[in-house]
Design a protein around this ligand. Structure first.
Ligand SMILES: Nc1nc2c(c(=O)[nH]1)N[C@H]1C(S)=C(S)[C@@H](COP(=O)(O)O)O[C@H]1N2
Ligand SMILES: [Mo]
Length: 416
């Protein structure tokens, strides 16, 4: 089939243009001149490993470095997090085994046959639901990002991280399957006085958050499956709350109780923690929505460029306010910008992969990305963010990230 005119994407045109310039556009595409010798390697001469080599599939041994890593040492038992290796991932879906974890009191080992969800408070018919009861309700599957509001928080104090996994790895994007919370609300009959829902986990922290009832009606999910299989223990097995676009903390794992009330319940996680200290000494409370953010995942601080020439800049953009509208990239520290290609489908409150062509001339460069979401919100610079929020914050850092490329191809984290 002939290549249609529509296949002449900007990238193709770019490659053609650079080929016309006589420059080697892609290092791998260099012609050898002679007929290449194709040897038969050892692994082609014998049958391979049997079926069911791993009854549950595993990555190749050569990929053993692609793992979640922790940050720092836990102060309290079980209170720790692990981070997603964004520097090694492709596309938008996070493989379940590499999804970051955040636990306030470790991972409870729950018997799903004994697990119950209680729905009570300002309702007409309180309910106790088993997992068997829950999976009988109509289900939905949705692809959404999940970001801890502490993600990139280290950057409030300067360009400290030497890995994108450390700076941006409290981020994942999965397909989530479960029952709409609105379905269960209809089942219990909501008292008109109910304005908030307390969600409580079955972990040792009994982690609890108050959720405005509008979110519960709108799109909150009671999730039991992630990327097609039952939740893993570390992500809330057998049941978690999932709140699209909201800070990860509010998506209570190991969910065991929903209590409807007239006012927020003022739990520890919304009074002493997960509030944002402002320059005037006051604190923002209930900053649920994750604002638009983007980061270049390749080339990033973890990589090293091997010689001048063509590189595809690639990264992730997302917004808790809906869809990503556009992403611009800069290779000169924000002096000039050009629009990146968004890889479709661009989903509501999901990670969006962006790509842009780049010819590295071997000189110093500063790579940045800047997202604009469908509400018109533009990702701020670090200076703009600090001017607005001061330096007392721990959470909700969403500024433009800079990767500084040196002439030897090494890359550093930099705040420019
Ligand atoms: N019950 C319970 N739910 C919880 C937590 C917890 O410690 N206990 N951690 C929260 C935080 S801070 C985040 S960012 C997300 C992380 O979800 P994940 O571990 O599946 O990535 O779960 C949230 N839900
Ligand atoms: Mo979090």
């Amino acid at each position: 089939m002939p290549i249609s005119r529509s296949a002449a994407t900007p990238r193709r045109r770019f490659l053609r243009a650079s080929a016309a310039l006589g420059a080697a556009a892609l290092p791998a595409a260099r012609a050898t001149g002679a007929e290449p010798a194709l040897e038969v390697p050892a692994w082609t001469r014998t049958p391979g490993e049997p079926v069911l080599w791993h009854a549950y599939g595993q990555p190749d041994a050569h990929e053993a470095h692609v793992v979640r890593r922790t940050r720092g040492t836990a102060v309290l038992p079980g209170a720790a997090s692990s981070l997603t290796p964004l520097q090694n991932l492709h596309g938008i879906i996070t493989p379940t085994g590499l999804v970051f974890e955040r636990h306030h009191a470790g991972i409870p080992q729950i018997d799903p046959a004994q697990h119950r969800l209680v729905v009570h408070g300002l309702v007409q018919r309180p309910l106790i639901l088993s997992m068997d009861d829950l999976v009988r309700f109509p289900a939905v599957s949705r692809i959404h990002f999940l970001e801890c509001s502490g993600n990139t928080g280290v950057e409030w104090r300067g360009a400290a991280s030497t890995s994108i996994q450390q700076s941006h790895g409290l981020l994942s994007c999965c397909e989530w399957t479960g029952v709409r919370l609105s379905t269960i609300l209809q089942e219990v009959g909501v008292d008109p006085a109910a304005a908030w829902v307390l969600a409580e986990g079955a972990d040792g922290a009994a982690m609890s958050r108050s959720i405005p009832i509008a979110k519960a009606w709108e799109d909150a999910l009671l999730v039991y499956a992630q990327n097609g299989e039952m939740l893993r223990p570390e992500h809330g097995y057998p049941l978690r709350l999932f709140l699209p676009g909201w800070e990860g903390n509010a998506s209570i794992k190991w969910l065991r109780r929903l209590k409807l009330g007239a006012a927020p319940f003022m739990t520890r996680e919304e009074t002493s923690k997960y509030t944002d200290s402002l320059p005037d000494g006051k604190a923002r409370q209930f900053t649920f929505t994750m604002e638009a953010k983007s980061v270049i995942t390749y080339p990033a601080v973890d990589h090293r460029l091997r010689g001048r020439g063509y590189y595809e800049i690639s990264g992730l953009a997302w917004t808790g306010q809906g869809r990503v509208k556009r992403v611009d990239v800069s290779t000169d520290g924000g002096a000039s910008w050009r629009e990146a290609r968004l890889e479709g489908p661009v989903l509501d409150r999901a990670l969006t992969r962006f790509r842009a062509d780049w010819q590295w001339d071997g000189g110093p460069a500063v790579l940045q990305s800047r997202v604009t979401d469908e509400t018109g919100y533009v990702q701020p610079t670090g200076r703009q963010l600090i001017a607005q929020r001061g330096l007392n914050s721990l959470y909700h850092y969403n500024a433009i990230q800079s990767w500084k490329v040196a002439t030897d191809g090494s890359i550093a984290n930099a705040q420019v």
